[in-house]
Design a protein around this ligand. Structure first.
Ligand code: IPM
Ligand code: MG
Length: 361
């Protein structure tokens, strides 16, 4: 029997409850496909800090490095906000990203027909949305130096640095062009080249890389315009490639097109083990109440099957199972609609897992 080793890192807030549901769904996949998932849990983020005094214990990094894939919930919460940045839960996540060399974060934005009314935008605007944000994940202000807060001339001064080398830009651009070739062959690069020199370089290098991909139509857009276009006419997009910070912001915005931040999965790919996590945060305000939407995490697990485990049919099956449960009218509270049945986190997971076991191939 084929075996896969998966590091499961639930993290904080709603992390444990949504990851539990994705694990249920993987249980269904294992049964159906006749494979074995060896799941090994680890603490990351605030949960790790509370136990070990660090948001990313060495053994968790080793677990991630030695696994076939990492499934992560979410990190962070108000409890840890007073901590120094160097040990905050978010630093655990950033440490995993850099330790695994995960430079590309893929965030697919797809509107399910049955959720058209769940979006705060009109159905006519969101119908047919199917695009992918390719967010660079290891550079920019997230990792740039100098950084910090210090005293200068008797006052506090705060500094972060937006920085990219051309090697980093080229690497993510190649990934984005390659993906665009498998889709509708349209790539939009988002920058702020009218003001920021660094993103002027970004634009130049992406254009240079584009010469090797003559079949892909490359366009550029300023990030402020892109933020507006995402609301005005989101169907125009296919693949969007952008910097770490702009990608962070635009992907939260884009998630609302799908009805809820709770619907947006993500895959972080790079040099070593890939990591899969919902695009949303740890939502401490609703943690432990069985109301969080597990679908972003379940759909992230589907991405894991596709990109890390080469289980393409099973990935499609999980996605179809999610669609079917939505079609049958079941919703978590964040995507509630008139006439639909609101179910909790666990029931949503049970229903998707059941479909994975029983849907005809
Ligand atoms: C995300 C999150 C993270 C980020 C946080 C939790 C560090 O917002 O994955 O989008 O900013 O990258
Ligand atoms: Mg974010």
């Amino acid at each position: 029997m084929k075996k896969y080793r998966i590091a499961v890192l639930p993290g904080d807030g709603i992390g444990p409850e949504i990851v539990r549901e994705a694990v249920k769904v993987l249980g269904g996949v294992a049964e159906r496909a006749g494979v074995r998932f060896e799941l090994e849990e680890g603490f990351v983020g605030g949960a790790a800090y509370d136990r070990f005094g660090t948001p990313l214990p060495d053994q968790v990094m080793e677990l991630a490095l030695s696994s076939d894939a990492v499934l992560l919930g979410a990190v962070g919460g108000p409890k840890w906000e007073p901590l120094d940045y160097s040990v905050r839960p978010e630093r655990g996540l950033l440490g995993l990203r850099s330790g695994l060399g995960l430079y590309a974060n893929l965030r697919p934005v797809v509107v399910f027909e049955d959720l058209l009314d769940a979006s705060p935008l009109k159905p006519d605007i969101v119908r047919g949305i199917d695009f992918l944000i390719v967010r660079e994940l290891l550079g920019d202000a997230y990792f740039g130096k100098p950084r910090g807060v210090r005293i200068e001339n008797g006052q506090r001064i705060g500094i972060n640095t937006m920085v990219y080398t051309e090697t980093e830009i080229r690497r993510i651009a190649k990934m984005a062009f390659g993906i665009a070739q498998t889709r509708r062959k349209k790539l939009l690069s988002v920058d702020k080249a009218n003001v920021l020199e660094m993103t002027g370089l970004w634009r130049e290098v992406v254009t240079e890389v584009g010469r090797d991909y003559p079949d892909v139509a490359l366009q550029h857009m300023y990030v402020d315009n892109c933020a507006m276009q995402l609301i005005r006419n989101p169907v125009q997009f296919d693949v969007i490639v952008t910097t770490n910070m702009f990608g962070d912001i635009l992907s939260d915005e884009a998630s609302m097109l799908t009805g809820s931040l709770g619907m947006l999965p993500s895959a972080s790919l790079g040099e070593k083990t890939a990591m899969y996590e919902p695009s949303h945060g740890s939502a401490p305000d609703i943690a432990g109440k069985d109301i969080a939407n597990p679908l972003a995490t379940i759909l992230s697990a589907a991405m894991m099957l596709r990109y890390s485990l080469e289980m393409l049919e099973e990935a499609a099956l999980v996605e179809k199972s999610v669609r079917t449960v939505l079609k049958e009218g079941f919703r978590t509270q964040d995507i509630r609609q008139e006439g639909a049945v609101v179910v909790g986190t666990a029931e949503m997971g049970d229903r998707v897992a059941e479909k994975v076991r029983t849907l005809p191939a």
